[in-house]
Design a protein around this ligand. Structure first.
Ligand code: XIL
Length: 447
């Protein structure tokens, strides 16, 4: 037996290992969400950060989703930080990644009160100047990506909670006509792009969503190019509005598409198995409401991993709002989405510990991988993860675990200090390995 010992004497490798739970599936075995969505005639998307689109983040963004929304890269403050000086780097990168992975792009966002450049918000403008600044911005940005953007969030967050217009640089300077004008200018710059108005707290039937409904109705009647409404869906655990599907349906009945554009479900930290199970139910009911209405065309999550979510910094004390944990292990919420899209879940939703394998970086002769052991409704006091390499890969070094490889079989046991995996938490170990030809992801077994 060719063995590779790291950290512990050989005799210690396979002794004292008492596993409480066994779960043989890694998420690599599940049907990707984008395939499940396609079978339902839907598009499933995620917001992304351009600089992160490599390694496991890139693999999941490209493999699981059929639509990308730049989280910040297309906002005015990003693309024109100084008047007349443009920075399209991250936006271009995301569009190129999407095209390479056969994905749609949702452009976000052209007209908003937030994340505007200082030169714009601090300037003193006449109404005429403000109008032409806005028209130029829309023409420039939409024109740059003409033919490459499936849908634009043209106007973002125009309403107050009571359904009145939000007081913004645009409303205050141009009146409510700014909305029809922005849509008209965007349509002129890219007639093929679907044009949306997007807002939050408009998921259920309420004063704000009714104001949006009345606006869309009047825009349609006036012949203004409006193709869809975006329901952001930044939700709180256990608070999916009961009228979500009814609300989606009433917009569809106006003759516009509907998209869930920024779905996340935040919980008070720390997470535990009860909260994660509720979160699964919440994601599932939102996706199911969209599946039930044919004109609901896209469900996009606002970040797919808890390591790339806006929630933690925006809502202190809250987090864990996305379908994957910070180590890229799929959470019960992931399986909630999959089930609503008609998939069957291979991982028990609660009461289990699972292991997920990921390649975090790869070069011509080697790669770095990681395995995350996550527990939900269960816990471990020690662990061992096994897999079989299918293409001659060879482990050369491991950390935070003791790994041995015999032929194609790899076995990694906890180090002295990380055998305990508490309910609702996870432990990650890493390794370097060599590869030639191909580097397929193996199925890992915990036990
Ligand atoms: C958020 C981004 O995710 C953060 O990175 C940024 O700091 C603030 O904006 N509604 C929207 C999104 O329409 O553009 C916001 O995105 C989240 C709320």
């Amino acid at each position: 037996m060719r063995s590779l010992r790291l950290g512990l004497p050989l005799a210690a490798l396979f002794t004292g290992v008492a596993l409480l739970f066994t779960a043989p599936t890694a998420h690599a075995a599940d049907t990707p969400l984008r395939d499940l969505a396609a079978a339902q005639g839907k598009v499933i998307g995620t917001a992304v950060t351009g600089s992160k689109l490599t390694g496991t983040y890139g693999d999941l963004a490209g493999g699981q989703f059929s639509s990308l929304t730049p989280g910040n890269a297309m906002k005015w403050g990003t693309v024109e930080p100084t008047q007349g000086t443009f920075n399209w780097t991250e936006a271009d990168q995301i569009v190129a990644f999407a095209q390479a992975h056969d994905q749609q792009v949702r452009g976000h966002t052209l007209v908003w009160h937030s994340q505007n450049p200082g030169w714009l918000t601090n300037g003193t403008w006449t109404s005429a100047q403000l109008g032409s600044l806005l028209q130029n911005h829309i023409s420039t940005e939409v024109g740059r990506y003409k033919g490459e953007i499936a849908a634009w969030d043209v106007v973002n967050e125009p309403f107050n909670e009571d359904g009145s217009y939000r007081s913004t640089i645009w409303y205050n300077g141009l009146g409510s006509d700014y909305i029809a004008n922005a849509l008209t200018w965007a349509h002129a710059a890219d007639p093929a792009a679907k044009l949306y108005i997007n807002d939050y707290n408009v998921e259920g039937v309420n004063a704000k969503s009714t104001a949006l409904y009345n606006l869309v109705k009047s825009l349609k009647a006036a012949g203004v190019p409006i193709d869809g409404v975006g329901l952001q869906a930044h939700l709180i655990l256990g608070q999916v509005p009961a009228t979500l599907q009814q609300n989606i349906q009433r917009f569809a009945d106006l003759g516009v598409d509907v998209a869930i554009t920024e779905l996340d479900v935040r919980m008070a930290l720390p997470s535990d198995s009860t909260k994660l199970a509720q979160q699964k139910a919440d994601f599932k009911s939102v996706v199911a409401a969209c599946v039930a209405v044919s004109r609901c065309v896209n469900v996009t999550v606002w970040g797919f991993t808890d390591s790339d979510s806006w929630v933690d910094s925006t809502f202190p004390g809250y987090g864990a709002a996305t379908p994957y944990d910070a180590n890229y292990a799929p959470k019960p919420a992931y399986h909630g989405i999959a089930e609503a899209l008609g998939g069957t879940t291979t991982t028990p939703p609660t009461g289990a510990c699972t292991a997920a394998y990921a390649v975090s970086s790869q070069w011509n002769t080697g790669f770095t991988g990681q395995v995350t052991i996550s527990c939900s409704g269960a816990s471990l006091t020690s662990w061992k993860v096994n897999w079989t390499y299918g293409a001659g890969q060879q482990i050369t070094q491991a950390w935070n675990a003791t790994c041995t490889q015999s032929g194609a079989s790899v076995s990694c046991a906890n180090a002295s200090y990380n055998g305990t995996v508490a309910d609702g938490s996870s432990v990650t170990f890493g390794f370097n390995a060599s590869w030639t030809g191909s580097n397929p992801v193996p199925t890992v077994t915990l036990g």
